[in-house]
Design a protein around this ligand. Structure first.
Ligand code: C2E
Ligand code: CA
Ligand code: CA
Length: 481
């Protein structure tokens, strides 16, 4: 009998007996009825077991996992549990490229590998799609993370034979240790957020929820909303601070970088890290390069004793939107400041999505006289290879790289190579985030002549810097005297 009918039959038999609708007339009938009831109970138990298992992977089902993990957490002698969620990186592309049959075979292999590796130490469940959950019956963050890393490596080794080739995928995991009597849904949300951060951090990694991650989660919760930002834009609460860039030896200011700030009505100042990701993730929100500020800077520095540039950061999404479309903003911007005094700072990720169009847009800007700076050099997003592919006038060495030169011979060597190539490739170099005299001296020794950073001057409203930057004898030099 098909299983749903069995269930209905058990129910009806019980209900009918209870209601006295079936009248047992003989011992034989009674025995038959008992036999039927026993069988139905057995089948019911079998059905229940079936519902506890995910038929594709033979791992536990959502129903079983949730019930069991809740029991573990609520038991009087509970030691908490370690919870992890695993997601296959780019799993969808297996279904899309090789069909759902291949996707199913792959998931079955993953389920088997996880169960085999766990070997009864905890439970593995598939809660849908390529989302696997693992629970270990004790809260132990470090052991959980070690196991998560083992599982990640295990998954990396699973081959899927497709008609043309062997395919493999990496996996990302979020891990958290959960004290007894925590609500399971809360713990799952925490693991899920860790998974999100693992993916955002480049995938193929296991991320453990620790104090830092918890802080990050808290910040995510209190991050400004799209609505709040929209209102802030409408109320013109967004503005730009400027940070000067100096020539190291003369301490003469050569330009400023405009850095966006959200100044709330209560006077608090929010940094781009607090809101920029919301702006770039929401296509309809756009902070245009600051025309008014460009004009103000042009006016402020037009009679400077030395020409000063103003550098603006251009985000990936902004550049993408400008590609092939309306570039009126560029013309408007150029009306504010002579193009020779304008620099656009681009991070590498901004130019890889549609490299050809981005290159031609950048070339158009350069033809107009604007200089292009490659931002964050020395981070994963920006490196020597980009210099070959992009038209670059200025390379900005990232703060983390600057910080490492006093300890890393390797990074010092890379900077020397960057300096050596600058003549032939025709770019200038600016070191960012210089905080100590030691760093400044080391940069100078390497051959880098321009720098910005807290040591030389922090970002501040234009009004705060204006006078100091226009003085014939520059402020930093005076301070040094
Ligand atoms: P970035 O372009 O690398 O800007 C340099 C960041 O380093 C700025 O952070 C600056 O305040 C900070 N900084 C400068 N000197 C020092 C120092 O000596 N030590 C330390 N620890 N930090 C220093 P900020 O203003 O928070 O900006 C962060 C990032 O946000 C920028 O990194 C840039 O990528 C982005 N950003 C800023 N303004 C804009 C904008 O108008 N548009 C876009 N798309 N992105 C922007
Ligand atoms: Ca920048
Ligand atoms: Ca930078």
């Amino acid at each position: 009998m098909p299983i749903p009918f069995l269930l209905i039959a058990v129910f009806l038999l019980g209900a009918a007996l209870g209601a006295g609708l079936i009248v047992i007339r003989s011992r034989a009938q009674l025995a038959a009825a008992r036999h039927l009831a026993d069988r139905l109970t057995q089948d019911n138990a079998a059905l229940s077991r079936l519902l506890d298992i995910d038929p594709l992977t033979r791992c536990s089902s959502r129903r079983y996992f949730v019930a069991e993990a809740t029991k573990w957490l609520d038991a009087p002698d509970s030691a908490g549990l370690t919870l992890m969620i695993m997601d296959i990186d780019h799993f969808k592309s297996i279904n899309d490229s090789y069909g759902h049959g291949a996707g199913d075979r792959y998931l079955a292999a993953v389920g088997k590998a996880l169960s085999t590796h766990l070997d009864g130490r905890g439970m593995v469940a598939r809660l849908g799609g390529d989302e696997f959950w693992i629970a270990l019956p004790k809260a132990d963050a470090q052991a959980g993370w070690v196991l998560a890393e083992e599982l990640r490596e295990r998954v990396y080794d699973i081959p899927l034979q497709t008609p043309g080739q062997l395919v493999t995928r990496s996996a990302s995991l979020g891990v958290t240790s959960v004290p007894a009597r925590t609500k399971l849904t809360e713990a799952m949300t925490e693991a899920d957020t860790a998974l999100y951060l693992a993916k955002a951090g480049g995938r193929n990694k296991a991320l453990l929820v620790d104090a830092t991650v918890r802080r990050q989660m808290q910040a995510t919760k209190t991050r400004p909303t799209v609505e709040g930002i929209k209102q802030g834009l409408a109320d013109e609460e967004f503005t730009y601070f400027v940070q000067p860039v100096f020539e190291i030896d003369s301490r003469r200011p050569v330009g400023v970088e405009a850095l966006i700030r959200w100044v709330r009505p209560d006077g608090s100042v929010l940094l781009p890290a607090d809101f920029m990701s919301v702006i770039t993730a929401n296509y309809h929100l756009s902070v245009k390069p600051p025309l008014a500020l460009a004009n103000e800077i042009a006016a402020a520095f037009s009679d400077a004793p030395h020409p000063m540039f103003c550098a603006f950061n251009i985000s990936t999404s902004f550049l993408q939107r400008a590609i092939g479309k309306d570039t009126r903003w560029l013309d408007e911007l150029l009306m504010g400041l002579p193009p020779q005094q304008m620099v656009f700072e681009i991070v590498e990720s901004a130019v890889i999505e549609d490299a050809a169009s981005a290159r031609s847009l950048l070339s158009a800007m350069r033809e107009a006289g604007v200089r292009i700076a490659l931002d964050d050099f020395g981070t994963g997003r920006s490196n020597l290879m980009r210099l070959r592919d992009l038209p670059v006038d200025i390379v900005k060495v990232d703060r983390s790289f600057v910080a490492s030169i006093t300890t890393s011979a390797k990074n010092t060597a890379i900077l020397r190579a960057l300096v050596a190539m600058s003549g032939d490739l025709g770019y200038e170099i600016i070191a960012e985030g210089v905080e100590t005299d030691e760093q400044l001296n080391r940069l100078w020794d390497i051959g880098i002549t321009q720098a910005q950073g807290y040591l030389l001057g922090a970002p501040a409203p234009l009004a705060d810097w204006r006078e100091a930057l226009l003085r014939p004898a520059p402020p930093a030099l005076r301070a040094a005297e």
